[in-house]
Write a protein that binds this ligand. Structure first.
Ligand SMILES: [Zn+2]
Length: 459
């Protein structure tokens, strides 16, 4: 097709040239005192040459005019490349490369709001706090980067009051941000600004920064703090509100149950503890439940059956019921519970098993074997932030300062489909034990002499 067009064009050209050569007309141009005489083909060739010259010189001029624009584009391209590579270097933790690329991007792009973030991150990698602060302050002044700047400044701030001011400012920009709401909440509780913290929970829930459950938990934490600081009726009311916001919050449930018991409301205190136990069977809850009433061991054991029925296979149930059965001199039941609990042979469980050997069979040797077993650690509280272990629950982790970060390290709960508040309670199922091989205790390695116990420690 191309060839055809070319041949056609060539044909017309040759025909035109031949025709012009056959009809060589004369042309005379007179202008001022100049006179130009020539024939038509020459004039046409001249005109053609002139048109071509004009075309190419115009193109050259326009190309020269576009040079600065091209140069700027190229520079910008290089700047963005440096910016991209710099961000990648930050992500890869390449401190020196990130710094070099940040400076290059700054120079090439000459657009601080674009490169500020990279420069700030590069300074963060280098640990240059002064530079970080300078970059974050500059970012704070630009609408597009204000939030990132405020967050950066908040991370650097060591003064609680200044941090609160920064967090308030940041939250205005991102009211739906959960992490920011949590940050401000923790700071406010730290500074004991509980009223503002309470308002914050409502506001965060309205803006969907907190879900319903989170908001309830945060309210319960606040109310529990208030209950701790108050006394008399005020403390009682705060504790009650805390538990109604989060019935699974053990610290609040224990506080409320204690206050109720002191008022003689033993039945209500029992209900509060039971509800909490259902969510999380902590030995402390069972102990408080047991201590509600002064009664003979056998009667206490019967009352505790109610708690045991919620989590019959849980370590806490086995440990608590084993001890109570031992107190009630129900050797067989005590042995069943304690050997099941010995899959986590804490010092307490081992000492109870030794006590049982002596009480039931006067077998000092078997008792000694239990006592010489290396004990396992007691279940404790573990921080989700710093992974530190603590013996009790704290609102703020004493090791890293994180808010409400501790979870109990006891057995996971096998949830049964029971609705909170459901009644009546099912009949206690206290005779169920873990029967899996892995649940077996790790007892001493030889059989004790003397009468054979029902479940000897070496089985
Ligand atoms: Zn911690």
């Amino acid at each position: 097709m191309k060839l055809l067009r070319y041949l056609l064009f060539l044909g017309i050209l040759v025909t035109g040239a031949v025709w012009l050569a056959d009809h060589p007309g004369e042309v005379a141009v007179e202008w001022l005192q100049w006179r130009l005489e020539t024939n038509v083909p020459v004039l046409l060739a001249l005109l053609l040459l002139l048109a071509g010259g004009l075309f190419y010189s115009l193109r050259a001029v326009s190309a020269i005019l576009r040079v600065p624009h091209h140069w700027r584009l190229r520079r910008r391209e290089k700047g963005f490349q440096a910016l991209t590579e710099g961000l990648a270097a930050v992500a890869g933790g390449q401190t020196r490369r990130a710094g070099k690329l940040a400076r290059r991007a700054e120079k090439l792009l000459n657009s601080p709001h674009l490169t500020r973030l990279l420069s700030a991150q590069s300074a963060t990698l280098q640990g240059d706090k002064e530079q970080m602060r300078a970059h974050f302050e500059a970012m704070r002044d630009n609408k597009a980067t204000a939030l990132a700047g405020l967050r950066g400044l908040l991370d650097l701030e060591e003064d609680y009051d200044k941090a609160i001011a920064l967090a308030r400012e940041a939250r205005k920009l991102a009211p739906a941000d959960e992490a920011l709401a949590e940050r401000l909440f923790a700071l406010l509780v730290r500074r004991d600004l509980l009223a503002e913290a309470q308002d914050l929970v409502g506001d965060a829930q309205r803006h969907k920064a907190y879900g319903k459950q989170k908001a309830s938990r945060r309210r319960a934490l606040l109310l529990n703090e208030k209950a701790q600081q108050a006394d008399g009726d005020e403390a009682f009311n705060f504790a009650k509100l805390a538990v109604s916001n989060d019935p699974t919050f053990a610290d609040a449930a224990l506080r409320l149950a204690g206050l109720m018991a002191a008022r003689g409301q033993v039945r209500q205190a029992g209900a509060v503890l039971e509800r909490c136990w259902r969510a999380q069977p902590l030995p402390a809850i069972a102990n408080a439940f047991g201590a509600l009433v002064e009664e003979p061991p056998l009667q206490k054991l019967r009352r505790m059956d109610r708690l045991a029925s919620w989590h019959p296979d849980h370590w806490s149930t086995q440990a608590v019921m084993g001890e109570l059965s031992l107190d009630a001199k129900l050797w067989g039941q005590a042995r069943k519970y304690l050997t099941a609990a010995a899959r986590r042979p804490t010092a307490g469980i081992l000492s109870l098993l030794a006590k049982l050997e002596v009480a039931e069979y006067q077998n000092q040797q078997a008792a000694q074997k239990w006592l010489s077993t290396t004990p396992a650690a007691d279940p404790d509280w573990r921080c989700g932030q710093c992974a530190g272990h603590l013996s009790g629950w704290h609102l703020f982790c004493p090791r890293c300062g994180a808010l409400d970060s501790l979870t109990w390290t006891g057995d996971p709960i096998k949830h049964r489909s029971v609705k909170v508040g459901a009644s009546p309670l099912p009949e206690p199922k206290t005779r169920r034990f873990g029967r899996r091989k892995s649940d077996r205790p790790t007892p001493p390695d030889s059989a004790p002499p003397g009468p054979r116990p029902a479940v000897p420690p070496n089985r």
